[in-house]
Design a binder for this molecule. Structure first.
Ligand SMILES: Cc1cc2nc3c(=O)[nH]c(=O)nc-3n(C[C@H](O)[C@H](O)[C@H](O)COP(=O)(O)OP(=O)(O)OC[C@H]3O[C@@H](n4cnc5c(N)ncnc54)[C@H](O)[C@@H]3O)c2cc1C
Length: 572
């Protein structure tokens, strides 16, 4: 029997978005609400800790930056698939979040006059990235976690793995979860929820994401009847360090790093003559792959051919002051000191533009449930996110959703959780998955799934490859069965968690591949070699994906909101 915990607001995930949401809910309710934060890893091990380069906001209007400029850069970067009303809201709230974090103790880097410093990032026409060396995420998370601990009404449930969202009659009622330490099964009954489970980077073999970024929240929402949006758009960041995939932050190019091919040329001059290395990520990643495929790259291990990222001309002092973590990562993980040698890099899976469909305030169609951060698709980032906009998205939407969840929870009473759904979920996990032994070794299946995504659903896509991917993913789903768990213990059963994560990833990988086959145009990060042009006439619309009764994705579309900036050609 499941243990029952009753709370007012449940926040699922404790990255930047989840922490910001929980603080806002606590503040807003002035101690009147209980807020439970559930996280499958300790809060400070959430992926957000790894974000490095910076958080974007238009701060200095006296120097020429403006909300409109930030909005325009974001929308153009998004290849016109962002909803412009949402972007306009976002750019106005982002500066408040920068100052709010500062008031809570965030050590933003400073200009000599003491004001917050900002550096350049790709696709931004103004230096807009607020940063703390190249460990911005670590400091931001520490600031938020410390702040959250000041509120007695926020309770953390570290190492609780949420397995399902309970939605009844279109209304959110709570979640089910496994406590890792004991293996006990829980139901959290809540009036309101904020889903903040992050992205799906681990669908790919070469990825910047932590091992915990496994698409759980997307799969839970999809299975509970909510739609996913724009899942075909996956960002490949241009500078994944070969061979590990560890991110060399865009800050390296923001501070002046060059990309060079095997002829020693700064090849970006042929693709984005104005912005060069600081064109948006989709443009730079495609340029790198073109260089590699046309023989101007370098041979890498295991097919990981690469180009070079050169920082040598910046000099040791600047590298140590502004990019110390990058230097350390390159030495440790590639054996290359960027003060002396260029680093081997290639496009790496980095961000899910798609996610759980919400309105412009982060509300899902289920009453009482919001989604914020990378799990959500508002959509601000359209077909390609600009660097630094994700962390500000997490802060702005964490704040907005935490506030609305609190307001809602103060208004409504606690509804019943249908216990038959809870016991069905408990049986699925403990009787069928844990005790059962259908299906093959999950680690082999995971590797094959990642290789399939890396081979066919990467930077360049075409019908033939996507069809291969789809049939392979279907086969893997069959071979997975109900999931094979070798470790039969209840306590700290990481093997069971890996199987549940793989179950989620197989679902979402299939959706990404199907959505990529469905969209017969090239836009932002989604490049179809067989449909090389952007097709606004037929495809200036969001893909909505619902799970059919047969488990297959059902596609429908909603229009993109255009306010002030009609689509034009994208040149950099
Ligand atoms: C290496 C790297 C560098 C980056 N650099 C930048 C940058 O410079 N600027 C920028 O703006 N963006 C950057 N990004 C992107 C940005 O960091 C992320 O999009 C953002 O941190 C996501 O935050 P989040 O709160 O949505 O989720 P995450 O930080 O991923 O947290 C997810 C949370 O959900 C929890 N969770 C997940 N599944 C479950 C489950 N089943 N049960 C319970 N809990 C669960 C996890 O425990 C975790 O607490 C970077 C990303 C990476 C990987």
């Amino acid at each position: 029997m499941a243990e029952i915990v009753t709370t007012d607001v449940v926040v699922i995930g404790s990255g930047l978005a989840g922490l910001r949401a929980s603080i806002e809910a606590a503040r807003r309710s002035e101690g009147k609400l209980d807020i439970a934060v559930l996280t499958k890893v300790h809060a400070m091990r959430s992926h957000s800790v790894a974000y490095a380069g910076g958080t974007g906001a238009a701060l200095y209007h006296d120097e020429g930056d403006s909300y409109d400029l930030h909005a325009y850069d974001t929308i153009k970067g998004a290849a016109w698939l962002a909803d412009q009303d949402a972007v306009e809201l976002f750019v106005r709230l982002a500066p408040q979040e920068i100052y709010q974090l500062e008031h809570w103790g965030m050590p933003w880097a400073r200009r000599p006059d003491g004001r917050i410093a900002q550096r350049k990032f790709g696709g931004h026409s103004f230096p807009r990235a607020c940063f703390a060396a190249d460990k911005t995420g670590l400091y931001a998370m520490q600031t938020l976690y410390d702040t959250a601990l000041k509120y007695d009404n926020i309770k953390f449930y570290h190492e609780f793995y949420v397995t399902s969202l309970i939605i009844e009659n279109g209304e959110f009622r709570g979640v089910t979860a496994i406590e890792l330490k004991t293996g006990d099964f829980y139901v959290f009954k809540a009036k309101a929820g904020v889903l903040a489970t992050g992205g799906a980077g681990r669908l790919y073999p070469f990825t910047t994401y932590s091992h915990s970024s496994t698409a759980d929240g997307m799969a839970m929402a999809y299975r509970a009847g909510l739609s996913l949006k724009d899942m075909e758009f996956f960002q490949f960041h241009p500078t994944g360090l070969v061979p590990s995939g560890i991110l060399i932050s865009e800050a390296a190019r923001g501070e002046g790093g060059y990309l060079i091919n095997n002829k020693g040329e700064r090849f970006m001059k042929n693709y984005a003559p104005e912005r060069m290395e600081l064109a948006p990520r989709d443009v730079v990643s495609k340029a790198e792959m073109t260089e590699i495929l046309e023989g101007r790259g370098f041979k890498g291990p295991g097919g990981l051919d690469y180009v070079l990222l050169d920082l040598r001309h910046l000099g040791e002092d600047k590298i140590d002051e502004r990019l110390p973590h990058i230097r350390e990562l390159a030495i440790r993980f590639a054996g290359v000191d960027p003060v002396e040698e260029p680093m081997p890099v290639r496009p790496v899976a980095h961000y899910s533009m798609g996610g759980v469909h919400t309105n412009i305030y982060g509300a899902t169609p289920a009453k009482g449930l919001w989604a914020a951060g990378e799990v959500a698709c508002v959509s601000l980032h359209g077909a390609n996110r600009l660097g630094t906009n994700s962390s500000s998205d997490c802060l702005v939407y964490g704040m907005l959703t935490g506030r609305q969840a609190a307001d809602y929870a103060m208004k409504v009473g606690l509804r019943d959780v249908p216990m038959d759904k809870v016991s069905e979920e408990e049986k699925r996990i403990f009787d069928r998955i844990l005790r059962g032994s259908t299906g093959e070794n999950p680690y082999h299946i995971r590797r094959e799934m990642q290789d399939t995504m890396g081979k066919y659903v990467y930077v360049f896509r075409d019908e033939k490859g996507l069809k291969e991917a789809i049939s392979k993913l279907k086969e893997l789903r069959q071979r997975f069965g109900e999931g094979h768990v070798a470790d039969k213990d209840r306590e700290y059963n990481i093997n069971l968690i890996h199987v549940l994560e793989l179950d989620a990833m197989l679902e979402i990988a299939y959706v990404v591949a199907r959505a990529a086959l469905n969209r017969t145009e090239t836009r932002g990060a989604h490049t179809r070699l067989d449909y090389p042009k952007r097709d606004d006439e037929n495809w200036l619309k969001h893909t909505m994906i619902a799970r059919g009764a047969d488990g297959e994705p059902q596609f429908s579309y909603i229009p993109v909101v255009i306010t002030k900036w009609p689509p034009t050609e994208r040149k950099y």
